[in-house]
Design a protein around this ligand. Sequence first.
Ligand code: SR1
Length: 324
Amino acid sequence: GEGLAGAPAPFDKGGVKVALVTFISGGDFFQAYQAGAQAQAKALGIDLQIFSGRQDAAAQREQVEQAINLGVQGIIIDHGQPEALKDVAQKALDAGIKVVAFDVNLDNPKIPQVEQSDHELAKAALEQALADNGKAFNAGYVYVAGFAPLDRRNEIWDEVKKANPGIVEKARWGAVNDTTATSTADQTKAAFQANPDITVVFAPYDEFARGVKLATDEAGISDKVKIYSADVSTADITEIAAEGSPWVATAATNPAVVGQVSVRAVAKLIAGEDPGHNIIVKPVLITQKDLRDNAIKTVEDLDAKLPAFGKSDAATAPWIPAVK
Ligand code: SR1
């Protein structure tokens, strides 16, 4: 990479190498996150190498080791299982490599944690569910434990149920694999066969929501169900805004912005600056009505309509160029 005029060392000379080691690399969220990271890396003259995840903890661990051996200056660890990563992350730190974690709690004071304010995100989606459906309804819940963002969203689901005893969780399902949406769709069919009285589904990951919609559309029950989710992509916007869609709201950041923030955080560490320990990108609530009323069809339309969605001032510095 080229040097960046006016930037602190080593960015003034260029040639900075960073690895992004992912756990999940498929799906809209992770693709947009990676594209955002790559765009911010390019603007900083960073050579960013992305290691593709296969939902395989041992493989991800090995990729962190590979990155260390490649002599990178920084590593971003994106999701994963803390127990498989903590010691290799420490090994990277011991080798003088700066480490940032997104959505995986490495529990290390030297490793800044990037997240989307998952508590706020879940609250926004669930407040909309309460506003639309009242305080008493039969719910389905899509959840897989062990993912930091899903565990944080789950804390809010527990709180909301506790505060509203009229919400009855009739069934819980979910899968995270390389075909999350279709696996979730299969499970959704079974859940609705056993519990046809479910009217609200909380599915706080867009691949989950996509799976639930697939299943309710196929079963011809989309007019009896409402889906509340996390995340957004252009494909999601199409699904949400479609006529008769049961997917009525999502709380989301722009994942490309989260990718940019992650790269800025590691760049600041490499330059000897402190990006802060908890780096938060705030979500916004997006409803089906908002999308339809404002003719929003793409993530770019959302960026243009909602400035709070299109950029974040987390981990910025005067020498770090903004991504266009
Ligand atoms: C399996 S974890 C999926 C979540 O990670 C990110 O936080 C996204 O928001 C997505 O919902």
